[in-house]
Design a protein around this ligand. Sequence first.
Ligand SMILES: Nc1ncnc2c1ncn2[C@@H]1O[C@H](COP(=O)(O)OP(=O)(O)OP(=O)(O)O)[C@@H](O)[C@H]1O
Ligand SMILES: [Mg+2]
Length: 199
Amino acid sequence: MGLAEERVIRVLRPSVLVLCGPAACGKSTFAARHFRPTQVISSDSCRQLVCDDETDQRYHLQAFALVNFLVGQRLSINRLCVVDSTALTPGARKSLLDLGRKYRVPTELFLFDVAIEKCLERNLSRARSVEPKVIEEQYRLFKQAHEAIRSEGFDQVFELCEQDLQSVRLEVLYRPINPLSAGSNAESRCNSAVSSRVS
Ligand SMILES: Nc1ncnc2c1ncn2[C@@H]1O[C@H](COP(=O)(O)OP(=O)(O)OP(=O)(O)O)[C@@H](O)[C@H]1O
Ligand SMILES: [Mg+2]
């Protein structure tokens, strides 16, 4: 692909970037490729932290309480948050939108528009695979999400196709923070425009 065709996505720090897609579509791989490990808040990692097993769905509530807690703590000190979970239900997306609003930062959605056949294929090729019917159900929810998200209030929605997963480039733009309000609560945070680019 030539430079002229390269897709560049610019995101702000601080902000909440919500990854959304069925199991095995490539969310964690994408997050690891484009962001620092500490910027990525993974529901699987949080589940593992609370109950020792990242696959144990019984502790969903505790795992997401930890996800939301970490997002809030990071936003309170103006850090970028990349939330790596399926985000397939309106409720899951709303809690992240609410945190973005509370801390007055943009909340942006990354939709992983990957064919179900690819998800099923990738699922089989990894160590931790799930039942194919789980992916089929999540893919159905993903199609519903695709319809619903336009009216949910995200500041931007980025649709990533298969090719984008390989070639898209991400730039993080630092938003200037009023030094008088830096480190204080969300209400006093300066909500001004985009600043210069950093690598
Ligand atoms: N762009 C890609 N091309 C080829 N293989 C990929 C790509 N992205 C991810 N994979 C492979 O697909 C499998 C699933 O990827 P990954 O774990 O990132 O999915 P996920 O969306 O995070 O799934 P889950 O929701 O279950 O955590 C992995 O084995 C990974 O190496
Ligand atoms: Mg993952």
